[in-house]
Design a protein around this ligand. Structure first.
Ligand SMILES: NC(=O)c1ccc[n+]([C@@H]2O[C@H](COP(=O)([O-])OP(=O)(O)OC[C@H]3O[C@@H](n4cnc5c(N)ncnc54)[C@H](OP(=O)(O)O)[C@@H]3O)[C@@H](O)[C@H]2O)c1
Length: 337
């Protein structure tokens, strides 16, 4: 275990760049860690700060240089940014130039018409709030978290352009946009002079929607992808093969995005078959699931979540075997059919 006693002052692992790989993000100049850590779950105001801190330290010690936030990560909303700000101040501030720190706005955040959507008013105000909560001078990437059908796409992209030009962020990103919306967003941002760096969609062995058009757009346009929930929130691990463990995400009562009813029998049959294949490859199912998303050429980073440091160590070990034979890929396709 690389993590130190959390009461001691943190000194990053001197060997942190020996294990991780850093694929280029699309046609840009920026390289992202093959694995990035997201703070959506387990970093809120109701979670243990000591555990959150241990996870961030563990990740950085293993070469994970990218940490992903959004205004509404918690609970309560905003608290994951506050937690990250606390950890940044205590541990990571000396390493700011080694880090990619990202945030987003789009989903509901505060009451009234200016606390949700894609308006310039919401995005700029929310970015300022996120900077304040994290204590950062700027984000590396700021995202429109989702497409707002009631706001002209031009306005949302102008807001991202402004956020970059005003120094609040270095790069612009979008998340959860469909293929055609992405193509339009890319064209608008290009015309404004702030190219789209990255798209953040969900992608994993159980949810392959991006293969239906989006990956072609990203490839053609030289935009990179960081894919979220690569483990399908934990389903693509061996943890649910023998019931729902008490300390798992699906067992958390306050969870609304993933619970017992999402662990359906027909999915478990596939998970069991994938588990056997992973075992034959000499890795855990979690490791194979990560290797599989990284095998898609538009994916520069798999955006993982974690509830404890040991999971991050296990996930980083996926890098020990990223190659698939044509037979293995065909077998996976057959299992997922
Ligand atoms: N843009 C968007 O709209 C959007 C939406 C969702 C997420 N995201 C981003 O994506 C990040 C990751 O999402 P996610 O948490 O759903 O990702 P995930 O990696 O699919 O799931 C993470 C969960 O899987 C389990 N796990 C992780 N590593 C494991 C391992 N090695 N072995 C066994 N179990 C393991 C843990 O569950 P237990 O808690 O059960 O231990 C962990 O909490 C978020 O933090 C956020 O930054 C973005």
């Amino acid at each position: 275990m690389l993590t130190q006693d959390p009461n001691l002052s943190y000194q990053a692992n001197a060997d942190r760049y020996t294990r991780m790989t850093y694929p280029r993000c699309g046609a840009s100049g920026i390289r992202l860690p093959a694995l990035s850590l997201g703070l959506w779950q387990n970093f809120g105001g109701t979670d243990s700060l000591a555990n959150a801190r241990a996870m961030v330290q563990c990740a950085f010690d293993l070469g994970i240089t990218q940490f992903d936030l959004a205004n509404n990560y918690g609970p309560p909303y905003g608290s994951a940014e506050t937690t990250f700000g606390e950890i940044f101040k205590r541990d990571l501030a000396p390493y700011r130039d080694e880090l990619i720190i990202t945030s987003k706005a789009g989903y509901d955040m505060w009451p009234g018409p200016y606390g949700i959507g894609g308006s310039r008013k919401y995005l700029v105000a929310s970015c300022d709030q996120s900077l304040k909560r994290t204590g950062l001078d700027y984000f590396d990437i700021f995202y429109s978290h989702c497409m707002d059908p009631d706001t002209p796409l031009e306005e949302t992209m102008q807001a991202l352009d402004y956020i970059v030009r005003s120094g609040r962020a270095l790069y612009a990103g979008i998340s959860n946009y469909g293929a055609e919306q992405t193509r339009e967003a890319i064209a608008i941002l290009k015309s404004l002079g702030t190219p789209l760096l990255i798209h953040q969609p969900r992608y994993n062995m159980l949810d392959r929607w991006i293969e239906d058009g989006l990956t072609d757009v990203l490839k053609e346009e030289g935009v990179g992808a960081i894919v979220f929930s690569p483990l399908s929130q934990g389903l693509l691990t061996d943890k649910y093969l023998r019931g729902v463990p008490a300390n798992s995400r699906a067992a958390r009562q306050e969870q609304i995005y993933f619970n017992e009813k999402d662990i359906r029998e027909e999915l478990l049959t596939k998970v069991k078959a994938l588990h056997d294949l992973a075992e034959a490859r000499g890795q855990s199912l979690a490791q194979m699931a990560l290797a599989w998303v990284l095998n898609n050429e538009v994916v520069s980073s798999a955006l993982i979540g974690a509830s404890r440091p040991a999971q991050i160590e296990d996930s980083v070990a996926a890098l020990d075997n990223l190659d698939f034979s044509a037979e293995e890929l065909a077998r996976i396709d057959a299992i997922l059919k």
